[in-house]
Design a protein around this ligand. Structure first.
Ligand SMILES: Nc1nc2c(c(=O)[nH]1)N[C@H]1C(S)=C(S)[C@@H](COP(=O)(O)O)O[C@H]1N2
Ligand SMILES: [Mo]
Length: 196
């Protein structure tokens, strides 16, 4: 099985590469419209039920990579903090609090949206959002915020890093041509010729 670099997957760190991150001390703060705000340690995260989904990350810059992504469902996180039913959005904030993005709660709870920590069985490196990132296969990749330190359940939509710089807030796919990184970067009609 190949890792993301083996496919030439681009490494996007608009706010600057974070360098080496310490996985063992990693924490995710879960806050907002919840009954029990919680700071989840790395060991707590690793003890939560995990799932592996065959799915893809697709960038608005026209590339897509498919593989087996392993991580934690948002419903598992919501259970721990007793998310309130008023929550309409999930906001994810990356290491250093510069990059953030917000998705609709219904997309957060979809089957293949996860907090991912492995690709094809390999731990995610810092290049690709390790130790843990949001993966939202249903929307353009800028919603898949990397190296997550905070999750907020909220009823207010907030434009994130790329949304404020001109990308759409909804991030819905449009018909276009996309490079299939699993097929040597061949340009193909998207989404038609891809398994979404
Ligand atoms: N923190 C952070 N997360 C981010 C980005 C970023 O620049 N910083 N880029 C986004 C964009 S535009 C895409 S397409 C994917 C790319 O993921 P990759 O760098 O792991 O290939 O990450 C998303 N998450
Ligand atoms: Mo992107």
């Amino acid at each position: 099985m190949k890792y993301l670099t083996d496919y030439g997957t681009p490494i996007f760190w608009a706010e600057g590469h974070p360098g080496i991150l310490n996985k063992e001390n990693w924490e995710i703060e879960v806050t907002g419209l919840v009954e029990k705000p919680t700071i989840l340690s790395w060991s707590q995260l690793m003890n939560l039920p995990s799932k592996t989904v065959k799915t893809r990350l697709t960038s608005v810059t026209r590339w897509s990579i498919e593989g087996d992504w392993t991580g934690i469902s948002i419903s598992e996180i919501a259970k721990i903090v007793n998310m309130k039913k008023e929550a309409k959005f999930l906001r994810a904030i990356s290491y250093r609090n510069i990059y953030d993005t917000t998705i609709d709660i219904n997309i957060a709870f979809k089957e293949r949206t996860i907090l991912a920590y492995k690709f094809n069985g390999f731990d995610l490196t810092e290049d690709y959002g390790g130790p843990i990132r949001l993966l939202v296969p249903y929307l353009w990749g800028y919603k898949s915020a990397k190296s997550i330190v905070k999750i907020e359940f909220t009823d207010i939509y907030k434009s994130g890093y790329w949304e404020k710089r001109g990308y759409t807030d909804h991030a819905s796919f449009e018909k276009t041509l996309v490079r299939d990184l699993n097929d040597n970067g061949r340009l193909k009609p998207f989404p038609d010729e891809f398994n979404i």
